[in-house]
Design a protein around this ligand. Sequence first.
Ligand SMILES: [Zn+2]
Length: 200
Amino acid sequence: MSKVFPKVLERVVQNLARLPGLGEKSATRLALFLLGQPKEETQELAHSLLELVEKVRLCKRCFNFAEGEWCRFCLDPERNKSQICIVEDPAALSAIEESKAYKGLYHVLHGLLSPRDGLGPREIKIEALLERLEREPVEEILIALSPTVAGEATAAYLVECLKPYSVKVTRIACGIPMGMDIRYADQLTLKRALEARQRL
Ligand SMILES: [Zn+2]
């Protein structure tokens, strides 16, 4: 630790340097910026961080972030309760929501199956999903996981788990991204795109 700054400032630098993407240099720059800001603005940042850790928890039903027991989607009477979209984490949920193409409920796994990292069906909320199916009038489960190795393995496992239930299981289509030249698409992407072709 440098001896240049007062201890309180060094403490802020050390804390900021632990954030992803910030090294000691950028943490120092940020700490000095915060110190140079009007006092109220930095206080507001500090208060919002306190509120974040005190108030945000996981929705009792879908495990999305929530301020109370249930998240805003579970509380919204306009959402279609017969559909559950399965996402890896709240960031994926936010991406789907921004598409404005989905109006059902969610189930947030908070991870993908990874036995090596100790992530089994219980840890990633698959058991909780099956419990939901026992009490909720669900007709369709839409799997919206990324087509990565872990995403594919988790999707395959989910399909197996859902077999005994009388729900329609669907998966978001994977294929050529908008604006991409198909000559540069990899084999697997093209294969998936061809399999998911649509009648026009
Ligand atoms: Zn919820």
